[in-house]
Design a protein around this ligand. Structure first.
Ligand SMILES: Cc1ncc(COP(=O)(O)O)c(C=O)c1O
Length: 409
């Protein structure tokens, strides 16, 4: 629905027209794209020309309930008619209800709201530092993992253990160190007396869908307790049912001291959140931190409706059954294709590692009507909405097989 179609656009598709206008006016940080998606419903998306796609990416683990979920859409519309925004200088009913619901479903006793994942991690980093400062034992150091991804603000890009994301942004924020993921001895060695927190993803997403050993998390929790450092879990991608339980750490039988959320929390309406224990929350005082839009009426109302649908009886269990089916079908693909190195993940967070860059496979799949993406150069990432059904999985598997055949992989 562009305002102008130029004379010269007569022979252009709407996508071409969008692309030309976009390239002229939007800074190119996302690279060349071939599709302009304009409508969605459930598992399906349609582009500007009306071509249908099956969504196996959910806007990078955002639309966990599928597109335009009726209850979330209703909540957004109702709230938009009532009140879209007021500042946090006043109580906001929907934000209060959201915090209470998140407390009910997690270890956390207090919440802070913001706009997205990087801001949630930024809040966690600030809280950890201020917590130890207020305790009278300042220890600003933060250990994160190599190949992690925590966001693009200057502190969270520093926390991100991938040099390619640091390129050109030096000087970075002091106090961060990096260890190999899933390596307890390296983590132990890195927790020097000036370290106050460990920040990790329960499963690394953007870094290649890496699942640590089953024993790792209990050992990490124990280590953090022994060394008296805070454990911050970045559940921005793994949270809200993506890996099976509502929060991935619940499947590992541990609790962090701080947890960050975003992506799936508003099912597409931008919102981020940082939750922590009552004790850790004392690190912040009035004025320590703030966010104009954080938990505003519209985003909070969307998140309340989202959380309520995700926690409805049977919802996550049904998604888990689809996960089992998807992994079984992918094992079949792996068995018949030598180019597959490994299929890994948990729940509906799935990575398929190939012995070569996946960019051509992603393009072929998108052309054939499957929205998906990479996780690093050699890993194809599937993050379908949690409402996926066997018939959708069957369709994707047959298109995946056809794409692999077309590429002669
Ligand atoms: C684990 C993790 N943390 C943080 C972020 C950053 O979130 P946002 O893009 O909302 O700032 C992402 C985004 O992909 C993520 O996967």
């Amino acid at each position: 629905m562009l305002p102008v179609l130029t004379e010269s656009s007569v022979h252009m598709t709407l996508t071409d027209e969008i692309k030309a206008l976009n390239d002229a006016h939007v800074i190119n940080t996302y690279g060349e794209r071939t599709v302009a998606l304009s409508r969605g419903e459930g598992m399906l998306l349609w582009d500007a020309e009306g071509k249908e796609y099956l969504d196996f990416f959910a806007g990078i683990a955002v639309c966990n309930l599928g597109h335009c979920h009726p209850a979330v859409t209703q909540a957004i519309c109702d709230q938009a008619k009532k009140l879209v925004h007021v500042s946090n200088l006043y109580y906001i009913e929907a934000q209060t209800l959201l915090a209470a619901a998140l407390c009910k479903h997690s270890f956390a006793e207090k919440w802070f709201f913001c706009n997205g994942g990087a801001e949630a991690n930024e809040a966690a980093i600030k809280l950890a530092r201020r917590y130890w400062e207020k305790q009278g034992t300042p220890k600003p150091g933060i250990v994160t993992a190599q190949q992690s991804f925590h966001g693009r603000t200057i502190a969270t890009v520093t926390a991100t253990g991938q040099p390619k994301y640091h390129d050109g942004f030096q000087p970075l924020v002091p106090g961060f160190s990096y260890v190999p993921y899933n390596d307890l001895a390296a983590l132990e060695a890195a927790i020097t007396p000036d370290v106050g927190a460990v920040l990790l993803e329960p499963i690394q997403g953007e870094g290649g869908v890496r699942v640590p050993d089953e024993a790792y998390w209990k050992q990490v929790r124990q280590l953090c307790d022994d060394k008296n450092v805070l454990l911050i879990l970045d559940e921005v991608q793994t949270g809200l049912g993506r890996t099976g339980p509502l929060f991935a750490h619940q499947g590992y039988g541990i609790t962090p001291d701080i947890m960050t959320l975003a992506k799936g929390l508003g099912n597409g309406v931008p919102i981020g959140a940082m939750g922590c224990t009552d004790g850790v929350a004392t690190g912040f005082d009035v004025g320590s931190h703030a966010c104009t839009f954080g938990g505003n009426p519209l985003s909070a109302a969307a998140a309340v409706a989202t959380l309520s649908a995700l926690t409805a009886p049977g919802f996550l269990e049904a998604a888990q059954e689809q996960s089992t089916y998807l992994f079984a079908r992918l094992a079949e693909v792996a068995a018949s294709c030598d180019a597959v190195v490994e299929v890994r993940g948990k729940g509906l967070m799935v990575g398929i590692e190939f012995d070569q860059p996946v960019a051509p496979l992603v393009t072929t799949l998108i052309d054939s009507g499957v929205i998906c993406g990479p996780a690093g150069p050699n890993v194809l990432r599937f993050l379908p909405p949690l409402i996926v059904e066997e018939s959708h999985i069957d369709r994707v598997i047959s298109l995946l097989k056809a794409s692999l055949g077309a590429l002669k992989w």
